[in-house]
Design a protein around this ligand. Structure first.
Ligand code: 4H4
Length: 218
């Protein structure tokens, strides 16, 4: 069973996403185990401090290395000697794509560190295997990026996308293919008709039409 550990200051952000629909079902089927690790638990002193002012001056605060590295080490403790990667979500990271999702889905354990608008002490990167960005825009935290990675990786775990028919399993199992356009009742919606080929009952012709309309995701 794949384990995905998430180190975050805002674990509550994940509750809804991880416990809804496919991600919830994947947990129920014991295909994946999500573990939320609250960075605050590794904070320093009575006040559980996790950040401090930047050396060299400047505005804002920077996440201190001790809490982050202790949280990473605690996460690693749980999956010694297994295929695992520690990933930092950051706008400066390598662009996330389907190929990367497929690569990560093969691991036994994934540790996702949610970067923060405050930035982090550069020395933590010694404990990080890869830095990933979900796109060239700046968010307030790495939590939404972590959810994107979790969603894209979880759906690739064998057994998560259990289709009803063999055709559905087949199409789901081509994770790099974004499906052809779909239609359902009514046949005529405000003058917009369903493509005739789909009403023909000619399965070869329908398959050909669908293949011609599929979009591949690299
Ligand atoms: C870091 C925001 C630093 C602002 C961040 C600054 C992404 C992304 C992201 C929280 C981090 C932001 N993470 N893909 N895109 N202080 N994370 O935007 O330099 O303005 O993964 S700062």
């Amino acid at each position: 069973m794949m384990k995905i550990q998430i180190i975050t200051l805002f674990p509550e952000m994940f509750e809804g996403v991880l416990n809804t629909s496919m991600l919830r079902k994947a947990q129920q089927k014991k295909l994946v185990d999500y573990q939320l690790i609250n960075l605050r638990d590794f904070g320093l002193g009575r006040r559980k401090t996790v950040d401090d002012t930047p050396y060299g001056g400047g505005d804002g605060m920077v996440l201190r290395p001790e809490p982050l590295v202790e949280a990473i080490e605690a996460a690693k403790q749980k999956t010694k000697n297994k295929k695992q990667k520690t990933i930092l979500m950051t706008p400066r990271g390598q662009k996330f794509n389907q190929a990367k999702a497929r690569q990560l889905a093969k691991l036994d354990n994934l540790i996702l560190v949610c970067g923060h608008y405050e930035g982090y002490d550069e020395r933590i990167t010694k404990f990080i295997d890869e830095q990933i960005s979900i796109g060239d825009y700046v968010l307030t935290g790495g939590e939404l990026p972590a959810m994107v990675v979790i969603d894209a990786v979880t759906r690739l775990i064998p057994g998560v996308l259990g289709g009803e028919t063999s055709a559905e399993v087949e199409s789901f199992n081509q994770p790099g293919v974004i499906e052809y356009p779909h239609y359902t009742r009514p046949e005529d919606f405000r003058g917009m008709k369903v493509p005739k080929v789909l009403l023909s009952g000619d399965h070869a012709k329908i398959a050909k039409w669908r293949k011609s309309r599929q979009k591949r995701v690299l």
